[in-house]
Design a protein around this ligand. Sequence first.
Ligand code: B12
Ligand code: SF4
Ligand code: SF4
Length: 380
Amino acid sequence: MSRNGSPNGRWQTADGQPTTRIVGEVQRPDERRHGFARAVAGEFGPEVQSLRTTFVAKYPNGAALNWSVNNVLKGREDGPVSPERVTIKDLDAATRHVKDLARFYRADAVGVCELPPFAVYSHSGDAGQPIELGHKYAIAILVDQDYRTMRGSTGMDMISAAQSFISYSHSGFIAIQVAQYLRQLGYPARAHFPRVYQVAITPILLYAGLGEMSRSGMLLNPDLGLRFKAAVVTTDFPLIPDRPIDFGLQSFCESCKKCATYCPSRAITEGPKTLQNGYEAWRVDAARCTPFRIGNKAGSSCGRCIKVCPWNRRDSWYHRLGMAAAGRSRPAQRALIKLDSMLKSNLKAEPDDRWWRVEDFAEVPETGFYIDERSTIKTP
Ligand code: B12
Ligand code: SF4
Ligand code: SF4
């Protein structure tokens, strides 16, 4: 990873376009139509509708982190802008400064793009209000879901929701601080994280050069794989955008298919990319993934696709070397994918890394853990 936490500068595409082919007009998404909103509306049946409230909070770790998102972060996404605006003398230095700031606040990676108009939701998921977000730029902040915890997890056990929510709460907190900092310099800025999104995050990550779209349907970062969550700050603070990158992932995912094979709900396709909403991508079936994550009785949520992906590795020199070679040559890709299947790597949950289990040090009530009302999720 480069000094300021962006993979940019290593693999920028020559034409400035992402490796996802955009072939038509991309429409703004409506937040009322995503998987969780459909679950809240009862589209996946009454059981999933009711479990949506508690599936994160049913294990204490997810509950604690989601409590913070609900009660500490929500409501602090925006605020008054200082009437005294600083004048930017050096745009390049200002952009580096903002990235260094996000890293100082403990972002694992950060990138910048012009806010694509199609990333802004047309309507909010809760009240159905039309959304108008005039900001010109987006700053994307990635936070690792934690390699050691992922080693100890199956990807679909009781720590899964907490793995999501440590990155949600932490990236949200960083985004709040970056936004506040920019407002102090006299520029409007708003943080976007769970409960207060006004944007679809993934296309912003793509244009901010933080990775490529993968078969899993998510953006894959060359350093973190899929093992992160992201928050975004939208702002008018002037910035030099990063550029989309190409590290050879499209052909890697064509052959690999490991996320599709091991997805417990069969939500990830083993087939080719399809063209929908003006862009070509491997599509995920939200009507399979959403009810599985919410209804998972043996765990709290799911992130098995993140766990099994060959890019889910410890940041080591041989990992970086192997993945850099795989990015450049198809034979190297095939050899790495074959080696990965032979070793069955990432499929196991390492017992020594299962640090989170309350059952290992305390008697747990037979009826399950107490759930604080303020840790539940009522919104889409
Ligand atoms: C709702 C939701 C879900 C739902 C339903 C998704 C859906 N399509 O309806 C379900 C339950 C399936 C889900 C599951 C997961 N999610 Co989710 N989810 C979201 C959420 C809150 C909203 C996404 C949304 O609005 N989708 C509705 C529309 C936009 O869907 P769509 O048209 O099919 O578009 C999808 C992609 O194609 C892409 N996209 C949208 N517009 C465009 C435009 C272009 C040009 C391109 C290339 C892509 C693109 O984004 C959408 C992602 O769902 C986002 C946060 C956010 N605000 O973005 C996180 C988010 C997408 N999820 C994320 C993650 C990590 C997961 C999980 C791994 C859970 C986990 N354990 O961490 C799984 C993985 C599932 C999978 N293989 O994709 C990350 C992805 C980061 C990344 N690497 O790209 C996000 C961004 C959360 C975050 N803040 O980091 N999720
Ligand atoms: S989160 Fe789980 S169910 Fe959803 S796509 Fe990934 S592996 Fe499949
Ligand atoms: S598991 Fe394989 S196919 Fe799936 S996202 Fe990772 S590299 Fe691509």
